[in-house]
Design a protein around this ligand. Structure first.
Ligand code: PEP
Length: 258
């Protein structure tokens, strides 16, 4: 992670209403302050449900907290008759910095295919935010030994039509599906291998500058027990944390280790 500011992003998934989110942020901000966390050396972000983003914004802005925030998905359209959708401009207006795109749970439970994911990436970029593109193999692909090709292929499918300028704003989260929410974390070496394969491929397509500045997160059962080994890997630039991000002490501990 030389010259790249690591990011620890908490993906709350469908947890915490706005009152619970408020309580969390107050406690978490206190823990970060106590640990002297400096946003110049480690960025911290929370990804609440849509209904809690405004509450997080109010707290962050009121106290100028060293916490960024974003959403877990976004509509591919900008406005209109799309009942139930939330646009990228609406998220940007709430001060969101990041939007998770293509999380495996969205790919599984919603019709989010590559074409839709590409459009989400474009919508996020057009609204001035940064997409965190999630990729990663299932247990099946790992068993076949094709996990690196699979993850790199997913990145390629989504990034192939992006300009260098757009690609430079992207973050990628390598999240092997078998590791998400299972307690089975990837070994530091396999997280490194995947992050390196992705970075090498981005270098081939978009050039050295984009590849060198690209932040690649690892996600999948990250806790304070495994974070320090994972973060020593040269191509791992932080974490997307699910389950462990629901506990303020645990998330603050992970931030401290990064
Ligand atoms: C996630 O869903 O992005 C994730 C990494 O979940 P968990 O940390 O719970 O495995």
């Amino acid at each position: 992670a030389v010259n790249r500011i690591p990011l620890v992003a908490g993906n709350w998934k469908m947890n915490f209403n706005h009152l619970e989110a408020t309580y969390f942020v107050q406690k978490f901000a206190w823990l970060l302050r106590d640990a002297h966390v400096d946003p110049r050396t480690c960025e911290v972000a929370l990804m609440p449900s849509f209904t809690s983003i405004r509450s997080v914004q109010v707290l962050v802005e009121a106290d100028d907290l060293p916490i960024k925030y974003g959403a877990q998905s976004v509509s591919v359209t900008s406005q209109g008759a799309f009942t139930g959708d939330v646009s990228a401009d609406m998220l940007a207006a709430l001060g969101c910095s990041y939007v998770i795109v293509g999380h495996s749970e969205r790919r599984k439970y919603h019709p989010e295919d590559d074409a839709n994911i590409v459009d989400q990436v474009r919508a996020v970029l057009a609204a001035g935010m940064r997409p965190i593109l999630c990729v990663g193999e299932s247990y099946e692909e790992r068993k076949q030994g094709i996990e690196l090709d699979f993850a790199v292929g997913q990145v390629r499918d989504v990034t192939r039509d992006l300009s260098v300028e757009e690609a430079t704003k992207l973050l990628i989260a390598y999240e092997p599906v078998w590791a998400i929410g299972t307690g089975m974390v990837a070994t530091p070496q396999s997280a490194q291998d995947a992050a390196k394969a992705i970075r090498d491929d981005i270098r081939e397509t978009f050039g050295d500058e984009t590849a060198t500045s690209l932040r690649i997160l690892y996600g999948g059962s990250v806790t304070s027990k495994n974070a320090s080994q994972l973060i020593t890997q040269p191509d791992v630039d932080g974490f997307l944390v699910g389950g462990a991000s629901l506990h303020a002490e645990e998330l603050a501990k992970i931030v401290r280790l990064v």
